[in-house]
Write a protein that binds this ligand. Structure first.
Ligand SMILES: [Zn+2]
Length: 416
């Protein structure tokens, strides 16, 4: 059997023929497959898609195809320029590659498929291609996916800020958090009013109007934009962010108290107490549990703050918003009398966001706690894999690729 027969089986083009194959010996064995237009066929204008007569022919170009048995495979073809009646002289459109891409579309889908399972660097090494080609391949898959994705029927979204660039910069991410579909919808630079405005402009007025639930943290610029752009949605403050803020307050109390105790020459009982105090008691190791029960015997500010946090967690057991509200008010009053400044600050924050916090109970458990947190964890895995993508464009592409649940054309799986 000839290679031509195999090629015509896997990738046949009606207006082009595989005419010649040759081995190129170098560091790696390469197979070049020469393509020519079928006799009598006319070139397609890359701008309007109409066929026209050939103006001239450019020098041969190589397009990398899927490697075979450890051999790198390239299509070689001399592009024609079309004398298009509408557009003038334009380079032709070929069915195996897009625009100026040095890789074939089949190879791009093949690489992007692997790039969901491995880092881009690993894909480049495994298939002996460049990181740039992998990046290009993923970019192509993402562009196709974004163009073909369905944004209908979105009822619940979550907005969050994530640290990026080794923790020096912020990105704003918007997720769809409906029960049937959880995915990344959008990612933007920074976490300003303008960032979120950009999302809503792209998302569209009608879609924003149809949102039923919207989940976010307490970041002021977000709150303002959400109130304006999605007035019909029930705005819920994410439970995980509230607990994270409480933990931060406790950590502040602990650090300050530990420092003071050392200065005053007391026994360092707060040493190694950070995780026992911050972790969910259910997730403590035996040693951490022991440390915690030991600590609880002391009358320390840190311990009082810890007990206030534990008491706060009872809030989530409530079903009725009214009773939850009463509980919240009592808790805040108690904290305000505690004379623990970081906790008092937290109580003030909770008071000023009271309504949004209670919306959690209005949603009656439709939005599961920690859903945004779960998506954020997946996002961090993507960051880690990529050695902290330096450029926003690359980061954006990688995130859509791994978290966007983007559609793919049917043929994408022919080679993967
Ligand atoms: Zn044209």
């Amino acid at each position: 059997m000839q290679i031509k027969t195999i090629l015509n089986r896997v990738q046949k083009h009606s207006s082009f023929v595989y005419v010649d194959m040759r081995f190129i010996d170098g560091d790696a064995v390469e197979l070049e497959i020469v393509i020519r237009p079928r006799v009598g066929s006319r070139a397609t204008c890359s701008l309007c898609g109409k066929r026209g007569s050939t103006y001239d022919t450019l020098a041969s170009r190589r397009f990398q195809f899927i490697p075979l048995w450890g051999i790198l495979v390239f299509f070689v073809y001399a592009m024609r320029r079309v004398d298009c009646s509408r557009c003038g002289v334009k380079v032709e459109q070929v069915p195996w590659a897009e625009g100026k891409s040095p890789i074939t579309t089949s190879y791009a889908w093949f690489l992007s498929g692997w790039a969901k399972r491995m880092s881009w660097k690993e894909v480049a090494e495994a298939f002996r291609t460049s990181w740039d080609n992998v990046s290009r391949a993923v970019g192509l898959a993402v562009a196709w996916g974004l163009h073909h994705r369905d944004l209908g029927g979105i009822e619940a979204i979550g907005v969050d800020e994530v640290l990026w660039h080794r923790g020096h910069k912020y990105l704003t991410v918007v997720y769809q958090i409906d029960g049937h579909c959880r995915r990344l919808l959008w990612v933007g630079k920074e976490r300003t009013t303008e960032t979120l405005e950009t999302f809503f402009r792209g998302f569209g007025f009608c879609r924003a109007f149809r949102l039923v639930y919207l989940c976010s943290d307490m970041w002021k610029p977000y709150l303002n934009v959400i109130a304006q752009r999605a007035p019909g949605a029930l705005h819920i403050l994410d439970r995980y962010h509230i607990v994270a803020k409480l933990n931060k307050a406790i950590d502040e109390v602990r650090a300050e108290e530990a420092k003071r105790m050392t200065q005053d020459g007391y026994e360092p009982i707060l040493k190694n107490s950070r995780w026992p105090l911050l972790k969910n008691p259910k997730n403590l190791t035996d040693r951490q549990s022991e440390k915690l029960s030991d600590l609880l015997q002391y009358n320390l500010k840190t311990i009082r703050a810890y007990l206030l946090k534990e008491e706060f967690q009872l809030l989530w057991e409530y079903v009725s918003p009214a009773w939850a509200g009463k509980f919240l008010d009592r808790w805040c009053t108690k904290v305000m009398r505690s004379r623990i400044e970081p906790m008092k600050k937290m109580a003030r924050t909770i008071r000023s966001h009271r309504e949004l916090i209670l919306n959690w109970f209005e949603a009656e458990g439709t939005i599961s706690a920690g859903i945004v947190e779960g998506l954020n964890n997946k996002l961090k895995v993507t960051f880690r894999r990529a050695y902290g993508y330096k450029y926003f464009k690359t980061t954006e592409t990688a995130l859509y690729h791994t978290l966007g649940r983007l559609p793919e054309p049917e043929f994408a799986h022919r080679f993967f």
